[in-house]
Design a protein around this ligand. Structure first.
Ligand code: SF4
Length: 577
């Protein structure tokens, strides 16, 4: 999510395992299920399923911040079931892949990663890849003129599944409550999610017998029931729910940043924009806005647990009708919230009220990531992006008129269908006008399942795409260098996100990368710990803290720095004493 179609930087590395299957997925050990069921105790008077043995699990997160937030919810549910999260993939009995579909290569990473696991490690797959394939299955079934046997409208997904029986995601909270109350849950009455995702599940299982479960992220609250159906010994003392968004992640988003100071809070799920190039609406379903009280409660929980930076998430985050109210209510919460961010907004949903909040409230970070994709009105129309050049100029002008400097970053796609040199020149003009601090440039590639894949020809050749990428990038380097020079001599607070033997890295409130080079003599002691999801590229180990003189600096710390130099995309600083 976040920057919509252009934010798929996978950060993860690791994963899990278990024993034989209990029968939901059609594997050979179905006979074991009865015994396992008998080992469980379903309390007829409460919503508790109790038992004793917890498994060790690990989650591999692919993709964007929304997936990290989702994974934190999965982690929370499994921990409530008595399972233990392990930070090393090798130690896990069950490995969960929270997948991304933004690009084909995101899905290829999953199949690649599967090969690295030990055959005894069980694998569960969730995330966009699962939902996108469900949708694709529907499309291909339609294309072949097959009869669609069921209409699924629960969760935030509207689509069809090819199954004769009700699938687990059809259950409502009321039904679950009734079944639990009457002790009438009958595992045989459940058509497991795996079957609903046929044929993807069976195709995956052909080569990877350890793939045990596919589930929609919206059904995370049902995991205890699925686990039980798979034959796991489940201890669950929290109400089973199909209201995904009401699950508050325990602790903070350590899956992503290895620190306890930052958290991602979804305020909406799905997207109804259906930009021509984008798979998100198919993978994540139609847009749903979460209730204000629930969002604020989640933020409160994080702040009470020490979080100091919150990022509100939504595919079009500022389209939430109460967006400004949500920001204000979170800023009013007691505690030590320092930074409030949000991603990704849409130009035509900006209100003057929101810009005024940026101006008056220091803790609203002075950074706006505004995915634009193009500046040619012709291309924007073709992309189904419903704004034009003039509207964006107006937006930039309003930001630049604020008394507080705001850094603007964006996403641009080069080489979209029918983009001519003249259209591209308009994007160059845009970069010059808006003085972006960063542009995430994507060379257009067809994403199967999207409108553009079905209706448009990918008619800009590879060389032109490369060439446009290079020219935009060169311009961007120049603009970024000029912008960064204006920061020299200023003091900033940064959040530490990288510790190396002779430098510390972090990012500022205006989302610039800051490097503090250290004299080795100053480093008196280092703590090396295994970092999994956020290890420096190519490494499995990283530093989590170090002493600089007598000052202890840890990942996640906020430290004050003085900017002493810069280059494009980077500021250099010294520690403020
Ligand atoms: S459809 Fe458009 S607005 Fe929605 S997530 Fe995709 S790129 Fe963003």
């Amino acid at each position: 999510m976040g920057s919509c179609n252009d934010n798929c930087g996978c950060q993860s590395d690791e994963n899990i395992k278990k024993e034989s299957c209990g029968g939901s997925c059609g594997c050979s050990s179905r006979g074991e299920q009865k015994k396992r069921d008998e080992a469980l105790h379903l309390d007829s008077n409460t919503t508790s399923i109790t038992s004793t043995t917890g498994k060790k699990f690990h989650i591999v997160v692919f993709g964007c911040q929304m997936n990290y937030s989702d994974s934190a919810r999965i982690k929370s549910v499994l921990q409530n079931c008595g399972w233990e999260f392990v930070s090393r993939i090798d130690d896990a009995e069950v490995v969960i892949f929270d997948t991304c579909s933004v690009r084909q290569k995101s899905e290829d990473k999953v199949t690649g990663k599967l090969k690295e696991l030990h055959p005894e490690q069980k694998v569960w797959i969730t995330g966009c890849m699962v939902q996108h394939n469900l949708r694709n299955a529907k499309i291909s079934a339609n294309a072949k003129g097959k009869k669609i046997k069921g209409l699924m409208t629960s969760g935030n997904f509207v689509g069809t599944v090819e199954t004769k029986d009700p699938a687990i995601m059809w259950w409502t909270n009321e039904e679950i409550k009734k079944w639990l109350k009457n002790n009438t849950i009958n595992p045989d009455a459940i058509v497991y999610v795996n079957h609903a995702f046929n044929p993807m599940f069976f195709n995956l299982q052909k080569n990877n017998a350890n793939v045990e479960l596919l589930f929609r992220i919206d059904d995370t609250g049902f995991l205890p029931l699925m686990m039980r159906s798979l034959g796991y010994d489940v201890s669950y003392d929290v109400e089973v729910t199909n209201e995904y968004s009401s699950i508050i992640p325990q602790g903070t988003n350590q899956l992503m940043k290895n620190n306890t100071k930052t958290a991602f809070v979804p305020i909406s799920t799905g997207c109804s924009q259906f930009c021509a190039f984008c798979i998100v609406p198919y993978a994540r379903g139609i847009e749903k806005h979460l209730p204000v009280e629930q969002i604020v409660a989640e933020a409160k929980h994080h702040i009470e647990n020490g979080v100091e930076e919150i990022t509100l998430l939504g595919q079009i985050v500022n389209k939430h009708p109460q967006f400004v109210e949500i920001c204000q209510k979170i800023l009013d919460l007691p505690g030590n919230l320092r930074w409030l961010r949000y991603t990704s907004p849409y130009p035509t949903h900006y209100s003057d009220e929101l810009l005024a909040l940026h101006e008056k409230e220091e803790r609203m970070c002075p950074h706006i990531h505004m995915p634009l994709q193009s500046w040619s009105t012709k291309i924007l129309k073709k992309m189904f992006r419903w704004y034009n050049k003039e509207q964006f100029i107006d937006f930039v002008d309003k930001i630049r008129a604020l008394s507080r400097p705001i850094s603007i970053t964006t996403d641009i796609i080069v080489g979209f269908t029918d983009e001519t040199e003249e259209d591209f020149q308009e994007s160059l003009e845009l970069a010059n006008y808006a003085r972006f601090d960063m542009v995430y440039i994507g060379k257009y590639s067809v994403r199967p399942g999207t409108y553009a894949a079905r209706k448009y020809e990918d008619n800009v050749n590879r060389e032109d795409k490369h060439d446009r990428w290079d020219r935009l990038n060169e311009l961007l380097k120049t603009i970024s260098s000029q912008n960064n020079q204006q920061e020299h001599g200023t003091t900033r607070t940064i959040m530490v996100n990288r510790i190396e033997p002779d430098w510390i890295g972090g990012y500022s409130d205006n989302m610039k990368n800051v490097i503090i080079k250290l004299d080795k003599v100053a480093v008196t002691e280092q703590t090396q710990s295994r970092i999994t999801n956020n290890a420096p590229k190519g490494k499995k180990w990283g530093l989590t803290s170090m002493y600089v003189g007598d000052r202890l600096i840890k990942l996640g710390d906020f430290v004050d720095v003085r900017i002493i130099g810069s280059e494009h995309f980077k500021l250099f600083a010294t520690l403020d004493q």
